[in-house]
Write a protein that binds this ligand. Structure first.
Ligand code: SF4
Length: 763
């Protein structure tokens, strides 16, 4: 008989959670506060107290395991410790019941292990603010706890049997899984082989693989193929943006179409803001009908979503729309139904943040359930900037001022204290911008107090919803969390911004992560294998160092399917695009464009470092060569405007589209064949030299000895290669790229260009 292993908490969440979804009591203490709270409580106990007791027991096919927080053998008391903030009386009853359920299951496991006839179970609630404990206790006989344990297991057994059957069928099909197409595309086999080997060896992989080789199928297929052999529980396919998620879902479609007997439960996770059908309401039963009775209706919704009664070929792919339809049919919240289904699906497609950010759901579930997971990270050149944002926080003085005006009376004082401390910091700072090696403790203390007061207020006034207050509260929480782990990987800085008058001036306080490695490394270590792939992952040490990838990370540079003859790459070495030479560069750039356009009419993209530069260049071309059709990116373009810009690129059209490097059209744009035949890149893409970047440069220098390259050169050149990469999308494409700046002639920059490019200089 196959065993099904389940954590105590997961078992209880499945069997003992009823009633409303209610997030009012959370987010409560930070992870660090939780750990510190547990340590404080257990340190107060005597010598007969055992901490973190590993316990396990079986029932039928079930193997239930977990760690009880503490057992005092002298008092024969088993403790389940929970840290909290706010008013304990406001904790929803179903949350309390869940805690008792866990305590009872641990109680049984302990009685069974130590042959105890009875035991006292205690829920110890520790207030991280006052450091006080509230203990609730009950005595139970071993027989009573055994009955309870067996009841919970009985409730889960049928589901476990279904899950075991699903897993057996899934793995049997995965073992036989054949590549979904007649053959591999050039480069695709190399990528797939590297992925498969990395998974087999249980190591991480950085894969630089050019566009057009079919990366989505080329990465998902080998990870699935390896899953049965490696006994992997789940594959997480993470993307930087929505179109990336669609590519992953398309890859699942293709694989499932070619293997109709493969039961592959696939789920698309979307952000709460996008999934929510009642954005005007709050996530608890008193406000939202889809939260009211959520856990009572969840079992039926879960069963329906997984199509457990249907043959594999009829099981639905749980994309956003399908999930929403199921959720609404069962009157439960689509977002939280998605979070629940993540526990039961095999492939989960979502944004990076689901595994990598501070409170990442998929990471949390992996830890709790001890899953073996493979992680695929698409367009991974975005990871550095995205992860930095996940571990940064900023607050503006102007928002605080606004909030103080409208805040409820009870919050005015705590907010005023924050502002007083803030004003002091700003007064003491002479320069407009300054980075500090230490955090302002007094200001942080005031912020923490204000956050606690807001949390209490929200608990007492569940229907009070004020977006400004919510925003401030979440920012404050983020700030205090990041303050706990502040170190050389981050900057704390204050920027003063002058206004028309002192009432209009502002200041921004920021914890700015610049090296996400310390936060991401545990995530890579936890995964069985993580594969990061993109067309631009050079140089690999930049990503390895900043992302905290393990030292045994493998690296593959997949050979391009394209050949040098497809792309003429020309360096316009007679032009400088440096800030001080921009005015003089406008004329030769316009002449160059016109010359190329005359030689070969068709569609082009022209990239510049800023809107200002781009607009001047577009204007110069329009004045000198009015016959050349042109169109430009504008600031804050919405989705429809972006689509209009791209719609200009048809196989029959001609003209030049002006865009900003690193913006909406610099990557992720697919214009094959005659839709795009060339690009002009009039910038090295270097980030602006400003006080923040100079701070980053200094820190990069001290950490990695490569300040300038890690701050300016590598991020800039990645954008250049991404932008130029828009031209050749298929093996039949032909095109021309102009790299406009004399510095493109330098050997160290040339080394960062794709190996298959043959670069020639002129001018
Ligand atoms: S529908 Fe919206 S408001 Fe209601 S529980 Fe879901 S996310 Fe919250």
């Amino acid at each position: 008989m196959k065993r099904y292993t389940i954590a105590v908490r997961a078992l209880c969440e499945f069997t003992a959670k009823t009633g409303d979804l209610d997030l009012r009591f959370t987010p409560s203490p930070t992870a660090q506060e939780g750990i510190a709270g547990h340590a404080t409580v257990t340190a107060r106990r005597g010598s007969s107290y055992q901490r973190e007791l590993a316990l396990a027991g079986d029932y039928g096919a079930l193997h239930v395991r977990g760690r009880a927080d503490g057992y005092d053998s002298a008092a024969n008391r088993l403790e389940e410790i929970k840290t909290y903030r706010g008013d304990l009386a406001r904790m929803p009853d179903n949350q309390r019941q869940l805690h008792w359920a866990q305590a009872k299951v641990y109680g049984h496991l302990l009685c069974a292990t130590q042959a105890l006839e009875q035991i006292t179970l205690a829920l110890v609630y520790f207030d991280v603010g006052s450091q006080k404990e509230t203990m609730l206790q009950h005595e139970h006989s071993a027989a009573e706890l055994k009955r309870y344990f067996e009841q919970q297991c009985e409730l889960f057994l049928q589901w476990a049997a279904q899950e075991l059957a699903h897993r057996t069928a899934r793995d049997a099909q995965l073992e036989q899984l054949a590549f979904p197409y007649a053959g591999f595309r050039p480069g695709q086999r190399e990528l797939a082989a590297a992925m498969y080997t990395a998974s087999k060896r249980g190591v991480c992989l950085l894969a630089q693989a050019p566009t057009g080789i079919g990366k989505s199928v080329g990465s998902l297929f080998p990870m699935l193929k390896a899953a049965a052999q490696q006994q992997t529980d789940k594959v997480f396919f993470l993307a930087a943006k929505t179109p990336g998620r669609q590519l992953a879902l398309d890859a699942v479609h293709v694989i499932r179409r070619s293997a109709p007997l493969l039961p592959l439960r696939t789920l698309e996770l979307v952000a709460r803001d996008s999934a929510c059908v009642h954005p005007e309401l709050a996530c608890h039963g008193d406000s939202c009908p889809l939260a009211r009775g959520f856990y009572d209706r969840l079992p039926a919704a879960r069963q329906a979503a997984l199509d457990t009664c249907l043959p594999a070929q009829q099981q639905r792919l749980l994309d956003r729309q399908t999930l929403q339809d199921i959720a609404l049919a069962h009157q439960v919240c689509p977002y939280y139904l998605g979070s629940e289904l993540a526990r039961w699906c095999d492939v989960i497609v979502g944004d990076y943040n689901y595994y990598f950010d501070q409170s990442a759901m998929l990471y949390g579930l992996t830890v709790m359930n001890d899953w073996k997971v493979s992680v695929l990270v698409d367009e991974a050149h975005n990871m550095v900037s995205r992860a930095r944002k996940m571990y940064s926080a900023d607050m503006s003085h102007s928002s605080l001022r606004l909030l103080r005006k409208i805040a409820p009376e009870a919050l005015k004082k705590p907010l005023e204290r924050v502002q007083r401390q803030w004003n002091q910091l700003v007064r003491e700072q002479e320069d407009d911008y300054q980075a500090y090696s230490e955090l302002p403790e007094k200001w942080l203390g005031a912020l923490q107090t204000a956050a606690s007061a807001i949390s209490d207020y929200q608990n007492e006034h569940p229907t009070y919803i004020e977006p400004l207050l919510q925003e401030f509260y979440f920012n404050a929480l983020q700030f205090t969390r990041l303050a706990e782990s502040f170190g050389p990987h981050a900057l704390f800085d204050i920027e003063k911004r002058a206004g028309r008058s002192s009432a209009h001036s502002d200041s921004i306080l920021c914890i700015r992560n610049i090296v996400p490695a310390p936060y991401l490394a545990p995530r890579f270590q936890l995964s069985h294998s993580s594969a990061l792939f993109s067309a631009t992952l050079s140089p690999w040490n930049y990503f390895h160092d900043l992302l905290g990838m393990p030292d045994n990370t493998a690296w593959v540079d997949v050979e391009s399917p394209f050949v040098a003859e497809q792309l003429r790459v020309k360096v316009a070495a007679h032009i400088s695009t440096r800030y001080q030479h921009r005015q003089q560069s406008l004329l030769p750039i316009a002449q160059l464009m016109a010359q190329q356009y005359a030689a070969q009419r068709g569609n082009y993209l022209a990239f510049f470092s800023s809107f200002d530069y781009m607009e001047k260049a577009a204007q110069t071309l329009a004045e000198l060569y009015p016959d050349i059709p042109q169109w430009s990116q504008t600031r804050r373009m919405d989705e429809a405007a972006r689509a209009d810009f791209l719609a200009r690129y048809t196989p029959e059209s001609c003209g030049i589209g002006f865009a900003v490097l690193g913006g909406a059209f610099g990557e992720g744009v697919d214009l094959p064949g005659a839709r795009l035949i060339g690009a002009f890149v009039a910038t090295l893409g270097l980030p602006q030299v400003n006080p923040v970047n100079e701070q980053i440069r200094q820190r990069m220098d001290s950490l990695f000895g490569a300040g300038y390259d890690y701050t300016y050169t590598y991020p800039g050149m990645q954008k250049v290669v991404q932008a130029a990469g828009r031209v050749i999308r298929t093996q039949t494409d032909r095109g021309t790229v102009y790299l406009i700046d004399d510095r493109f002639d330098r050997a160290e920059l040339r080394a960062l260009l794709p190996a298959w490019w043959q670069v020639e200089s002129f001018g």
